[in-house]
Design a protein around this ligand. Structure first.
Ligand code: GCU
Length: 844
């Protein structure tokens, strides 16, 4: 009995509640079966006593890690004992600090590149040598990662980063909000200034550094010129201080028009001497506050932002304006390639936003200063679920380039849907552009290898916030982890990185490891299945929240994310022979592959070609429209398996994280059905072609709210977009303060069902609903997604607010009366879409 209690306590101890703040840096105790090891260091020597030094942080981190994982409370000293070199110690420092006497040979030193490290584990003697201070810290994190993953092998290797630019971009506004904020408000700005308490900023730098990220652009690319006020420069100085112990440098995004808006000049022309002087002075001043400023990020002439084109200057003139003053300080200028006209005319068959980057940068290759890096989004449009690699990478052989990835899941479920992004990123990084007929992987272009460029790398839009999970969801941190690790070494696999993250974040249990990894690996293809297929883009609402389905929003506007769907066909003709010519922006071998319907990969068919809905896919033989239907059903079916698969991990994950993840996966499974039905209905309506399997538009187990007996003020409304409501209509209450009811007599055979209710959860109220069977309460719920779901919320009935609740195992007899009572709150009028009684195995 006593033994059982001890075992129970141990089990509970292993799964102690966690809030996610430490993400993958938990240093959780190893399970007993794995912690049997023979040799661990018995002291820590970090060869730097300055508390702001990353080497000092390495010592602290090693202490924390060895204590957490093994319960070993080791002393940390900051110098090598004189005389005998220590045995049974972990020694960490820079090449310079180790000096000649330490036995670290010339070979090691000469093999190291900036930020690189040497890690040698020989039993209990561990040597970590950084080329520079942060390299030493990276080595310490690497050693701790091995230990936390129960890897006790003797090793001796050099690890150098693939590229010098490994930055996150944070789209924080000075008022504390974040553009595309899914993890709460930002952690360093509030009310126009840098906050006093920068604890979270330091903790974030620690996380970033553990995966090799070396700089953060701290403000929105749509930049506020007030970042440059004296008070803010001082604040940035404090922020940089908070980052510095982790080797993370600070950078800022600039507003091109600052000379005019805050500098009192009449112009922001990049060739104007006054403007040049303005930026020189600003830069010199900033470096007084932040002596190790990483550099600037500039978004110019894009989505209403000012830029050099206003003055008929080139983008290179614009970039060089900032790059030159930065040179004196060793800073880097990241210049975004996301330049396009958002007032395109869709009636022009040749107009194409995808063409913009290559066109705008045409003739500029080689015209940028050496410290300019052109930052290119992975695809030619905007972080869609599937895009071909941006062709601009093939056009910058004499210019430094970086790839921009988006960790924040802006168009990919906003952290409310599990979507592990590394497989998507790998399709781009591993893509061979065949420049000059030679192997030209995107990853080799951005790391500078292919064209022998000195600079280049990776920018990841992270948008972390005050939520303890940083990104708003525990599972989303896999994407931040993978981003950093790929920036260090883009040849790593999405699967390998995921396994590391799972073990570090949740533990070693084999079932847990395989279950969670499998779910995550299925998640991007699944998401693509239930959103936009065959390269048509995500099909989310591009004019509003970028979250739920709204395919109609893609067309009939100037944004150029067109699908050109009509009654007969769908897709953008981007061929050279008959379309916008975009395919021709790729080097010949790639261009030829995309140009022809016989060779274009199915997953990009509609990106490159406008085809009839009856066009057959090369791989499966399905028609385009039938593929849409099938994929959407398959995607929603996969999502429906996630809650139960996660539930099989109960007891293997602490209850706080277990519950939080489960709640989201249940939500995702429901929203996947919203997506499925919306997209299928939309294209069935457009094409007038029925699903050959008879599923679309047929929901035998549903009762539409509009067909129920309504009382207490419920009335029927048409929903816009129509496809986001089952049967295209819903009911809303008309009287605030009292409950409205929708009642139906069930005609289904006697049996046990899952009761599902489709409803709308708007941001402008917290309505309450309750479902009764023969006057007996089955369940009740509140429309409070705005309090716990991280996505951008809507105040309308649409694909963002549409959602479902599920009550399993309800016994029903034919003739039973089901009543749903809705009590409105605020502007949310208890909207109700349908009820469904689902027999076992039916997903609808
Ligand atoms: C997207 C995003 C904007 C952002 C822009 C950018 O369009 O929705 O909020 O400013 O990309 O990357 O500049």
């Amino acid at each position: 009995m006593v033994m059982r209690r001890i075992l129970l306590a141990l089990a509970v101890g292993c799964a102690a509640a966690e809030d996610g703040l430490n993400a993958w840096l938990r240093y959780a105790p190893l399970p007993c079966s794995l912690s049997r090891h023979h040799s661990l260091p018995e002291s820590i020597i970090a060869l730097n006593s300055t508390t702001t030094s990353p080497v000092y942080s390495a010592g602290q981190e090693l202490h924390k890690g060895l204590l957490g994982i093994f319960g070993k409370n080791l002393t940390v000293s900051t110098s090598l004992p004189s005389g005998k070199p220590p045995s049974k110690a972990v020694v960490v420092g820079t090449v310079a600090a180790f000096g000649k006497s330490s036995g670290v040979g010339h070979d090691v030193a000469s093999a190291l590149e900036p930020d690189g490290f040497w890690l040698e584990v020989k039993g209990s003697m561990v040597t970590i040598v950084g080329q520079n201070e942060r390299g030493a810290l990276y080595g310490a994190f690497q050693y701790l990662s091995l230990l936390a993953r129960a890897d006790f092998s003797d090793v001796a290797f050099v690890s150098n980063p693939a590229a010098p630019v490994r930055w996150t971009n944070e789209w924080d506004n000075l008022d504390g909000s974040i553009e595309h904020q899914y993890g709460g408000p930002g952690i360093w700005f509030q009310g126009g200034h840098v906050v006093d308490d920068l604890t979270r900023a330091g903790q974030y730098a620690r996380l970033l550094s553990s995966v090799g990220i070396n700089a953060v652009i701290v403000n929105n690319v749509n930049a506020d010129a007030n970042i440059l006020t004296d008070a803010n420069m001082q604040g940035l100085g404090r922020l940089a201080d908070a980052f510095r112990p982790y080797g993370v440098q600070l950078g800022i995004a600039l507003n091109f028009a600052s000379p005019q808006s805050i500098g009192g000049l009449s112009t922001f022309d990049p060739l104007d001497p006054g403007v040049i002087q303005f930026w020189t002075d600003i830069t010199d001043k900033l470096y007084q506050h932040v002596p190790d400023l990483a550099g600037y990020l500039v978004k110019a002439n894009s989505e209403g932002q000012p830029g050099p084109l206003t003055y008929n200057r080139t983008l290179a003139d614009g970039a060089n304006l900032f790059a030159r003053p930065l040179q004196a300080h060793g800073g880097v200028l990241m210049f975004r390639a996301f330049v396009y006209n958002n007032n395109l005319n869709e009636s022009d068959w040749k107009a194409d936003r995808a063409n913009a980057a290559v066109q705008f940068f045409d003739g500029l290759d080689g015209k940028f200063e050496e410290n300019v890096v052109v930052q290119v989004k992975y695809g030619p449009i905007d972080f869609q679920v599937r895009e071909p690699t941006s062709p601009l990478f093939a056009h910058l052989s004499r210019t430094n380039a970086a790839i921009e990835l988006e960790v924040a899941q802006e168009y990919l479920g906003q952290q409310c849907h599990l979507v592990y992004l590394a497989p998507l990123w790998k399709t781009v990084l591993d893509f061979d552009l065949r420049v000059d007929g030679r192997p030209s992987l995107v990853r080799d272009i951005v790391t500078g290898r292919r064209f022998k460029r000195p600079l280049g790398g990776f920018a990841g839009v992270a948008n972390v916030g005050t939520h303890p999970t940083w990104l708003g969801s525990h599972l989303a941190t896999a994407n931040l982890y993978a981003f950093g690790r790929l920036a260090w070494d883009p040849s790593q696999t999405a699967e390998g990185l995921l396994d590391e993250w799972v073990v570090l974040t949740f533990g070693h249990d084999r079932h847990l490891r395989s279950t969670l990894s499998q779910m995550a690996l299925e998640s991007w293809p699944m998401y693509e299945n239930y959103t936009g297929n065959l390269g048509i883009q995500t099909l989310t609402d591009i004019l509003y929240t970028h979250y739920g389905p709204n395919p109609a929003s893609m067309d009939n506007n100037g944004w150029g994310q067109w699908t050109r769907a009509d009654a007969h066909g769908i897709g953008m003709d981007r061929t050279v022979s008959n379309g916008t010519g975009f395919a021709g922006q790729y080097p010949p071998e790639v261009a030829a592959m995309y140009e022809s319907l016989h060779t274009v990969p199915d997953e990009l068919l509609l990106w490159f070609h406008h085809v009839p809905y009856t066009q057959r896919l090369r791989t499966t033989g399905e028609t385009v429209i039938q593929h849409f239907y099938n994929a959407h059903y398959a995607g929603a079916e996969t999502a429906a398996t996630f809650p139960a698969r996660w539930a099989s991990l109960r007891g293997k994950v602490d209850s706080d994280r277990y519950d939080a993840v489960l709640r989201r996966l249940i939500y995702q499974a429901g929203h996947a059905i919203v997506w499925r039905d919306a997209i299928n209905e939309f294209y069935r309506n457009k094409s007038s072609i029925e699903d050959e399997r008879g599923r679309v538009g047929h929901h035998p187990w549903r009762v539409e709210a509009e067909d129920m007996t309504l009382a207490g003020g419920y009335s029927v409304v048409d929903v816009t977009p129509f496809e986001t409501a089952s049967g295209f209509r819903a009911v809303v209450a008309t009287k605030n303060g009292s409950a409205a009811t929708a009642t139906t007599t069930l005609r289904f055979p006697d049996g046990t069902y899952d009761l599902v209710v489709g409803y709308f959860d708007q941001a402008n109220g917290r309505s309450r609903w309750a479902a009764y069977l023969n006057d007996k309460l089955v369940g009740s719920w509140v429309g409070d997604g705005e309090d716990w779901l991280s996505h951008e919320h809507s105040t309308h009935l649409d694909g963002h607010s549409a959602t479902r609740v599920r009550f399993p195992g309800v016994k029903v007899r034919k003739g039973d009366v089901l009543r749903v009572e809705g009590t409105p709150d605020g502007g949310e009028m208890a909207p109700l879409d349908y009820v469904a009684l689902l027999p076992d195995g039916v997903i609808d």
